[in-house]
Design a binder for this molecule. Structure first.
Ligand code: F6P
Length: 330
C-alpha cells in the first residue's frame, strides 16, 4: 500500500503543528495540479494559444492561455486554503485573499514557452509565513529570505505528473496515480548525487557571460585533457523543472548566470518563486544552490519579481563553480 500525499502531509502536521496550514494548502494545490495536467495532456487549451497577443506577464514573458489557466487554477486552490496572499509570476502585484497564515509565491506554469514542443513544464511554489507587520503591504511579505520558507515544491507535467516537495524534512517525490486520483510516494528521500558529470547552461549566451562562467565551462569542455581531469556531458532542456528533476535523479549542475544582455544583470530566473523553492528542495536533498557568492536561501529579495543568478546541483560542483569567481584570468 503506497503512502499517499495526504497521509504524508497529515504525518508532518502531527509532528509539527505549525505545518497544518501548509499541509492543507499543498493538498489543495495537488488537486489543482491534476486539473492543469489534464488540460495540458488533452490539448483542451491549445498549447500555442496566446492569452492576449499584447499581454506579457510581470517579468516580461509572453502570456499563454495555459499560463492564465494554471494561474486561475492555483489561485482558486489558494482561496480554498489558509493563504493570506497569492504572489504569482502571472500577476503584477500579490492578490490579497485576506485570511490565513501563509504567503504563497508561485510560478503557475514555468517553461510554458516550451509547451508546444511537448517538453516537461511545471508549477513551482514556495510557502512563507504571512507576517502580521506586512499585512498592509503584501509585497513586503515576499521580501523574506528563502530560509524562512515553510515548504516548497514543484509539480512536473511530463510523461508522469510528479510532485517534488519539501517541508524542511527532506525532499520527497510523489507520483500522480489517475486511477486513485491521488499522489503516492515514489521516492522516500531524494538525494542529489555528490558527483557531477553533467552541466546545464544555455551556451548560446556564451559571448555575454562574465569571465568566470566562460572559464568554468571551458574547463568542463576540456574534459579529461583539461584542468578538471574528467569528462563532462552537457544537457540543456530550457525548462527549469525538467533540469531540476534530472539533477535530483542524476546529479550535475545547472547555471543561469547574470550576463551582459540588457535586463540580464541579475540573470533571468526569479528569486522568490523559482530560485528559492528550487534551492530549498535541492538543499533538503543534500545539494547546494548559490548566486555565485551567496547561498540562494540567504538572499533577501527586494520585490516579488526580483531576479537572481542561479547555480544549483551537486554540492561539490556548486562549490567548484564558486571557486572560479576568485580566480579570473581572462
Ligand atoms: O523562466 C522560464 C524558463 O523557461 C525556465 O524554465 C528556463 O530555465 C529558462 O526560462 C530558459 O531560459 P533561456 O531560454 O534564456 O535559456
Amino acid at each position: 500500500m503506497p503512502l499517499f500525499l495526504e497521509d504524508y502531509l497529515a504525518m508532518s502536521a502531527t509532528r509539527d503543528g505549525r505545518l497544518r496550514p501548509v499541509a492543507q494548502t499543498i493538498a489543495e494545490m495537488a488537486k489543482a495540479a491534476a486539473v492543469v495536467q489534464a488540460a495540458i495532456a488533452s490539448a483542451r487549451i491549445p498549447q500555442h494559444a496566446e492569452a492576449n497577443p499584447d499581454r506579457v506577464n510581470a517579468t516580461g514573458d509572453a502570456q499563454k492561455a495555459l499560463d492564465v489557466f494554471a494561474d486561475e487554477s492555483f489561485l482558486a486552490a489558494a482561496k480554498a486554503s489558509p493563504v493570506f496572499c497569492y504572489g504569482s509570476e502571472e500577476q503584477d502585484a500579490p492578490v490579497v485573499l485576506g485570511k490565513g497564515s501563509l504567503a504563497l509565491a508561485i510560478d503557475p506554469l514555468d517553461g510554458s514557452s516550451n509547451i508546444d514542443t511537448n517538453v516537461s513544464v511545471g508549477t513551482i511554489f514556495s510557502l512563507l509565513p504571512a507576517l502580521d507587520e506586512h499585512r498592509e503591504d503584501p509585497v513586503r511579505m515576499y521580501c523574506q529570505p528563502g530560509t524562512r520558507q515553510l515548504a516548497a515544491g514543484i509539480f512536473i507535467y511530463g510523461p508522469q505528473l510528479l510532485l517534488v516537495v519539501t517541508l524542511g524534512l527532506g525532499t520527497k517525490t510523489f507520483i500522480y496515480l489517475p486511477e486513485r486520483a491521488g499522489f503516492a510516494l515514489l521516492r522516500t528521500s531524494a538525494s542529489v548525487p555528490e558527483d557531477a558529470a553533467e552541466y546545464s547552461i544555455n551556451a548560446s549566451n556564451r559571448r555575454h557571460w562574465p569571465a568566470h562562467v566562460r572559464r568554468y565551462i571551458e574547463d568542463a569542455e576540456a574534459g579529461r585533457d583539461g584542468p578538471r581531469r574528467r569528462n563532462f556531458g552537457m544537457r540543456y532542456v530550457g525548462s527549469l523543472v525538467a533540469e531540476t528533476y534530472r539533477i535530483l535523479q542524476r546529479g550535475g549542475v545547472f547555471l543561469y548566470p547574470s550576463d551582459r544582455r540588457d535586463g540580464y544583470g541579475s540573470g533571468r530566473l526569479r528569486q522568490v518563486y523559482e530560485a528559492n523553492p528550487i534551492a530549498f528542495c535541492i538543499e533538503q536533498a543534500g545539494g547546494a544552490a548559490t548566486n555565485g557568492t551567496t547561498r540562494i536561501l540567504d538572499l533577501v529579495p527586494e520585490t516579488l519579481h526580483a531576479r537572481t543568478p542561479l547555480v544549483f546541483g551537486s554540492k561539490g560542483e556548486v562549490e567548484t563553480f564558486a571557486g572560479y569567481i576568485g580566480k579570473q584570468t581572462i
